[in-house]
Unconditional design. Structure first.
Ligand code: APR
Length: 243
C-alpha cells in the first residue's frame, strides 16, 4: 500500500488544482469484474487482444472478431461502475476545468455519470457501417453473428479504434490540450504500453502538471510525481474523498 503522506500530498494537489485531467485504462474496470487486456485473464480463447483488435483480423475473420465482441458485450452488460468510477464523477463536479480521457470501451464511466469524457478508443456500445460509415448506438445482446447495417445492409463493425487505426483527430486534439493545460494529471489502471495514451502523462508533466499514478503493480509509465499502489476502487475514493 502507499504511504499515507503520498496520498495526502496528492490530495492537496487535487484540491487546489484549477484544471485536472484523468487518464483511465482497463484497471479501473477490473474491480467491476471486467477482464483486463494484459496479465491474468487477458486472453480470449487462445487469442491476445492485439491479434483480434486489428482491421486485418476483421478483414480475414470477421466472424471470429465479432464473436469476441459479442462475448465482451454480454459480460460487460452485467457490470456496474465501482467506487473509482463514482469518485471521478465527484471530481468532475468539483472542478470546472476537467477532462476524463478513457481508453476503455466498456461505457462504465458514462454509466457512472461522467460527462466531460473522451472515449479515446471508441465504445463497445456503438456500431459503424463498413460501407456507408453510419454510426449508431447499439446495446443489443442479440445481434446476429455478422450484423448488417439497417440502411445499406453492409457489414457492421464495432465503433472502436483498432491497432493500426487512427484515433479520431478531434478526440486526440482535445486530449492533447487537456494534457498540456492540466495542473494535475491522474492516471488510473493502465499498463502504459499503447500509444498515444501511454505518452499523455509525460506530456502533461513536461507542461508542468503534478502527475499521480494509481496501479496495483509497476507500469511502463515514466516516473510520476506520486505513485499510489493499490486497487483503483480503494485508492481513487481515498484520493478524492468527498471534495
Ligand atoms: N486497480 C488498478 N489497476 C489495476 C487493477 C486494479 N484493480 N487491476 C489491474 N490493474 C492494472 C494492471 O496492473 C495494468 O497495469 O491495470 C492495467 C491494465 O492494463 P491493460 O490490460 O494493458 O489495459 P490498458 O492499459 O487499458 O490497455 C490499453 O490496449 O488492448 C488495448 O485498446 C485496448 O484500451 C486498451 C489498450
Amino acid at each position: 500500500m502507499s504511504d499515507q503522506s503520498d496520498i495526502n500530498a496528492a490530495r492537496d494537489r487535487i484540491s487546489s488544482a484549477r484544471s485536472i485531467a484523468v487518464l483511465t485504462g482497463a484497471g479501473i474496470s477490473a474491480d467491476s469484474g471486467v477482464p483486463t487486456f494484459r496479465g491474468d485473464g487477458g486472453l480470449w480463447k487462445q487469442f491476445r487482444a492485439e491479434a483480434l483488435a486489428t482491421p486485418e483480423a476483421f478483414e480475414s475473420h470477421p466472424e471470429i472478431v465479432w464473436e469476441w465482441y459479442h462475448w465482451r458485450r454480454k459480460i460487460i452488460a452485467e457490470k456496474r461502475p465501482n467506487p473509482a468510477h463514482d469518485a471521478l464523477v465527484v471530481l468532475e463536479r468539483s472542478c470546472s476545468d476537467f477532462t476524463l480521457i478513457t481508453q476503455n470501451v466498456d461505457g462504465l464511466h458514462l454509466l457512472a455519470g461522467s460527462r466531460k469524457i473522451i472515449e479515446l478508443h471508441g465504445s463497445l456500445w456503438r456500431v459503424r457501417c463498413t460501407d456507408c460509415g453510419r454510426t449508431t448506438e447499439n446495446r443489443s445482446l442479440d445481434l446476429p453473428p455478422l450484423p448488417a447495417c439497417e440502411g445499406c445492409h453492409a457489414l457492421l463493425r464495432p465503433d472502436v479504434v483498432w491497432f493500426g487505426e487512427a484515433i479520431n483527430p478531434v478526440d486526440l486534439q482535445k486530449s492533447l490540450e487537456a494534457c498540456r493545460s492540466a495542473e494535475v494529471f491522474l492516471v488510473v489502471g493502465t499498463s502504459g504500453v499503447v500509444q498515444p495514451a501511454a505518452s499523455f502523462a509525460s506530456l502533461a508533466k513536461a507542461h508542468g502538471a503534478f502527475t499521480i499514478e494509481i496501479n496495483t503493480v509497476d507500469s511502463e509509465l515514466v516516473d510520476c510525481d506520486a505513485w499510489l499502489t493499490g486497487r483503483a476502487s480503494e485508492m481513487v475514493p481515498q484520493l478524492i474523498g468527498s471534495l
